[in-house]
Write a protein that binds this ligand. Structure first.
Ligand SMILES: C[S@@+](CC[C@H](N)C(=O)[O-])C[C@H]1O[C@@H](n2cnc3c(N)ncnc32)[C@H](O)[C@@H]1O
Length: 344
């Protein structure tokens, strides 16, 4: 059970809006809200791109929860509730995906935290209908309500893929990324530093938290015989990684995993620019679990190489699991650590 967050608490006062609806819920899902909504609607479908949420709720929402990068509609919905995601472009992407599955006149409900851009809901809904009304505002969250009255174009995923080129040492790479995916517009400086300081690689390699697949793709191009595995919690990241690998002629096994939940067997190398986000406890928790349990997923002579913002204190966690810890690069903003189980 996850206690209701502030946005869901505000929505709890508005449940009658959902009475008898064929409802689709998508966006930033993080609590039991769908279980409450289920008691009011005629039918419920929940679409998430977050594998952590999917794993937690798939048994409690049997047949009602989809995980993926693209919705497979099971009906024509007459209401959508978009829980505003952090990236504005991801909100636009979700609405464009959902709109063709809605009846004309369907309710467009957008809810979010006041600090997360919810007051831009007017603009977000502008191409779908008349100006929405603000239904409620409480607990630092707001709810906007519009109607689908304008014609909508069929959804074309291709149009949402951003592409950019980057040059890493001798390697030209083409990166493909869906909205909201890390580094979707340009290569992150930390990831670049990491790639410039990787050890020689061979055997089975894990790219943990692969995002748009930059690290895995660069490694596979440099060492074509690697057995590459790329994992992420986000379906949008996974689809981006698949596209990045394909665009660069690299092969790898790309699949969802919440930290090590779906990882089998051991690796010669684990390489990562692990998730972090100042203030978001869950990201720190995932990264701590990732680092603490890394030795169990490495071969005896295996190594982990990660990059982290210089202000993040990963050294104590690394010291718990590894005998050999080297700072192989430090440009003041980012640090690259390389760690092994064996003493040198
Ligand atoms: C800092 S980004 C790095 C992306 C990419 N490797 C790069 O260098 O551009 C971290 C990634 O970790 C993913 N992530 C967050 N929590 C995760 C978890 N619990 N399990 C797996 N991946 C996670 C995020 O979705 C994000 O794509």
């Amino acid at each position: 059970m996850n206690p209701l967050g502030n946005v869901s608490e505000m929505l709890q006062r508005n449940l009658s809006l959902f009475d008898g609806k064929r409802l689709l819920v998508c966006g930033l899902l993080e609590d039991d809200l769908p279980l409450l909504l289920r008691q009011h609607v005629a039918s419920l479908e929940v679409f998430t791109t977050d594998y952590c949420y999917y794993r937690q709720y798939q048994e409690r929402l049997p047949g009602q929860l989809q995980f993926g990068h693209q919705l497979s509609p099971t009906t024509r919905y007459d209401a959508v509730l978009l829980l505003l995601p952090k990236a504005k472009q991801e909100a636009q992407f979700l609405l464009a995906m959902v709109a063709p599955t809605l009846e004309t006149g369907a309710d467009l409900l957008v809810a979010g935290d006041n600090r997360g851009g919810i007051n831009g809901a007017d603009k977000l809904l502008a191409s779908y209908g008349d100006k929405p009304i603000k239904r409620d505002s409480a607990r630092r969250a707001s709810l906007y309500h519009g109607q689908l009255t304008k014609p909508v174009a069929p959804f074309d995923l291709e149009q949402w893929v951003q592409r950019y080129q980057c040059q890493l040492a001798e390697l030209p790479l083409e990166i493909h990324a869906l909205p909201g995916v890390f580094s979707s517009a340009e290569l992150d400086n930390g990831s670049r530093l990491l790639l410039e300081h990787l050890p020689a690689l061979g055997g089975r390699v894990l790219d943990f938290g692969c995002g748009a697949g930059v690290l895995g793709c660069a490694m596979g191009k440099r060492y074509p015989s690697l057995s590459l595995e790329l994992v992420d919690i986000s379906a949008l990241a996974l689809e981006s990684s698949r596209r990045t690998l394909a665009a660069n002629g690299v092969t790898g096994n790309v699949h969802a995993s919440d930290v090590y939940s779906d990882i089998v067997g051991k690796f010669q190398h684990i390489v990562s620019n692990p998730p972090f986000h100042a203030g978001l406890k869950t990201f720190y928790a995932a990264t701590e679990t990732f680092l603490r349990n890394a030795p169990d997923h490495l071969l005896q002579d295996g190594e982990i190489t990660i990059v982290a913002n210089a202000f993040l204190r990963y050294q104590p966690v690394l010291e718990q699991g590894f005998n050999r810890i080297a700072t192989v690069a430090d440009d003041k903003r980012f640090r690259v650590y390389s760690c092994g189980k064996k003493k040198n």
